[in-house]
Design a binder for this molecule. Structure first.
Ligand code: KE4
Length: 427
């Protein structure tokens, strides 16, 4: 029996579904999750020492590839000075400054330990600042497992068929208005009905949790105008898109400025880090300055800051992001070409170092409906065909793919060769 199967059986005795996060359970594609033992550059290595080219990149964070030497060294050096102090450190200020150089809209910011904490905190802050309760989110967007936002959510919630989770009291989601992504008329309608009751609009400005679906430019600008006109807080959840679609996130790419931004993933370089920030007058409502409470034992943890700071420093080096985007374009175009050549209709979305592969003729894919109507069973067969070929895509059709700076031309070429063969025999 492959080592992973043995390990999975043991894990299932102690951990629900054998995993500490549902989307890792392969429920969306079938089969046994592969247990990894180590990773290096663009590669993962499982417990049977099988090597895989990795396009999950830990769901985004590993933008420099795995075990990047300068990052590992920075973590080792920081750890040797102590793991956590529960007191302010200079590194947290350096991190704030570093983030602000890429996200100038984040006039003030606070570090937390996950993307969920970032969005949960931003939501509470927007409600506290406006004194309003209603919020608008979009079907297929996932903002972490925040009670008020686990309504028609994407990612694992969508993959596992529970977009709206049990355990969330009706009262908690009574003020959550869920609308259709990229449908500005629907948002205008909601504002005409509830305008001055709406505390915030939160969205993924480039959606990555119904696989990759970029927002239309006029959609984002329309949201910006509506929030400005009604005194509502526009919150960009850039936990995934930040540093991935652009060094300054979707807000830099589209030129639309939110009032608050949430970050995660890349900002921690693989360590548990999230951040939220934005307009000074809003952020100053936070305790201890203001009355909106928010806190965290390990927020701004010095070892995590070391990983994040070094990751952002390396990623910001001239030409690095441009090369990363070009590599991703080669992958995206190569997959599209080989699929159609094999008679397999696919649509491929790409932005920066993120890519979305959909098995459908109906394109370009820009709506939630198109995503759920795509052939997810065929995606599952593609996933397993590639896995057997030593290439690890997301084990779920509603997840985006990620490329790292460690994915060189040879690795992309290998991936495309394998994909060509898999498409040829794909049912
Ligand atoms: P975390 O709490 O998982 O760090 O971040 C939540 C979150 C918030 N906002 C966006 C846009 C996100 O994509 C996420 C987390 N993304 C998923 C992947 N689709 C994390 C993977 C997982 O759940 O295991």
């Amino acid at each position: 029996m492959k080592h992973s199967e043995t390990l999975f059986e043991a894990a299932c005795q102690h951990i629900p579904g054998g995993v500490n996060s549902p989307v890792r359970a392969f429920r969306g594609v079938g089969g046994t999750p592969v247990f990894m033992r180590r990773a290096q550059g663009p590669y993962l290595y499982d417990e049977d020492y099988q090597r895989y080219v990795d396009y999950v990149c830990s769901w985004g964070p590993m933008v420099l590839g795995h075990a990047y030497p300068e990052v590992v060294e920075a973590v080792q050096q920081a750890a040797a000075q102590g793991l956590s102090f529960g007191a302010p450190t200079e590194a947290e200020t350096r991190m704030a400054v570093q983030i602000k150089t890429h996200f100038p809209s984040m006039e003030m910011l606070r570090m937390v330990s996950s993307g969920t904490e970032a969005t949960m905190s931003a939501l509470r802050l927007a409600r506290g600042y406006t004194g309003r309760n209603k919020i608008i989110k979009f079907q297929g967007n996932y903002h972490g497992h925040v009670d008020a936002l686990l309504v028609k959510a994407g990612s694992g919630a969508l993959t596992l068929g529970n977009p709206t989770s049990p355990g969330v009291p009706e009262a908690v989601v009574a003020d959550t208005i869920t609308l259709t992504y990229n449908d500005l008329d629907g948002v205008k309608q909601a504002f005409s009905e509830y305008g001055d009751e709406i505390a915030a609009v939160m969205l993924e400005p480039v959606a990555g949790n119904m696989n990759l679906v970029p927002a239309d430019a006029e959609f984002l600008q329309g949201l910006r105008d509506l929030c400005t006109n009604h005194g509502s807080v526009l919150i960009f959840d850039e936990v995934m898109s930040g540093f991935r679609v652009h060094l300054g996130g979707a807000q830099a790419r589209y030129g639309v400025t939110p009032d608050l931004t949430c970050l995660g993933k890349v900002v921690g370089g693989g360590m548990p880090v999230g951040a939220f920030g934005g307009r000074r007058e809003i952020m100053e409502q936070l305790s201890p300055l203001g009355a909106v409470y928010q806190a965290g034992t390990l927020s701004g943890n010095p070892v995590a800051m070391a990983a994040g700071l070094k990751t952002l420093e390396v990623l910001s080096r001239p030409g690095t992001f441009e090369r990363l985007e070009a590599t991703t374009t080669t992958l995206a175009e190569g997959l599209r070409e080989r699929a159609w050549k094999a008679g397999v209709p696919v649509q491929v979305n790409q932005m920066g170092s993120m890519m979305g592969l959909f098995f459908t003729e109906d394109g370009p894919v820009r709506t939630y409906q198109q995503v759920v109507d795509s052939n997810t069973d065929r995606y599952g067969r593609f996933f397993h065909g590639m896995l057997e070929s030593g290439v690890y895509f997301a084990p779920a059709a509603f997840e985006a793919s990620f490329v790292s700076t460690a994915h060189d031309d040879a690795v992309i070429e290998l991936t495309l060769d394998m994909a060509g063969k898999v498409f040829q025999r794909l049912e």
